[in-house]
Design a protein around this ligand. Structure first.
Ligand code: HEC
Length: 159
């Protein structure tokens, strides 16, 4: 008697197992969040920034807003890179023992960070993410305006 009544159970278990396995293969899975799903800014998406634009347009046109939060610039609420509050963070970067750049002032540090982002990677943020082609997109005037603006921005008090 035992053999007879157990066989259907085994069959049922096998069928259930197969069904579960198939189901897990077919069910649409949510793509995992990986580095490759971060916003990527291609050079073709960024027009030349002359520096004659209003300051907000400089950050928006250049695409900085996609990755950075910039105080006083509406829509600049990106979180890929650090908030650009260089009046607060700049001096610490220059004094960081790991800093290998050539800037002596926060102003110079901002320009250096935009033109040669690989020189110093802010701890806790992904390397190789900040575009390396801004030298070909930003005029000297635009760079000056960016640096003058950012060196004056401090940590915003939490609301
Ligand atoms: C695709 C994302 C991305 C874009 C676009 C981008 N950045 Fe960054 N940026 C980063 C990341 C990530 C870091 C931190 C890692 C590093 O230091 O390279 C960073 C670092 C910086 C730093 C150093 C900040 C600090 O706290 O020391 C400055 C300054 C900066 N970016 C300015 C800009 C400006 C100005 C623009 C636009 C012209 C811009 N970034 C566009 C991702 C981006």
């Amino acid at each position: 008697m035992p053999e007879r009544s157990i066989t259907p159970l085994i069959l049922a278990a096998l069928l259930l197992g197969t069904w579960l396995a198939l189901r897990s293969i077919e069910s649409p899975s949510v793509a995992p969040v990986t580095a490759s799903s971060m916003p990527v800014l291609a050079p073709g998406m960024v027009p030349l920034v002359t520096g004659d634009e209003p300051i907000a347009a400089i950050f928006t046109k250049a695409g900085c807003s996609t990755c950075h939060t910039v105080p006083g610039i509406s829509g600049a609420d990106g979180r890929v890179g650090p908030p650009l509050v260089l009046a607060t963070t700049g001096p610490a970067r220059l004094n960081d023992p790991a800093y290998r750049g050539h800037a002596k002032t926060v102003h110079e540090y901002v320009i250096e960070s935009v033109l040669e982002p690989g020189l110093f990677v802010v701890p806790g943020y992904p390397a190789g993410t900040m575009p390396i082609w801004y030298g070909a997109k930003l005029s000297a005037l635009a760079l000056e305006k960016i640096a003058s603006y950012l060196e004056r921005q401090g940590e915003v008090a939490p609301q």
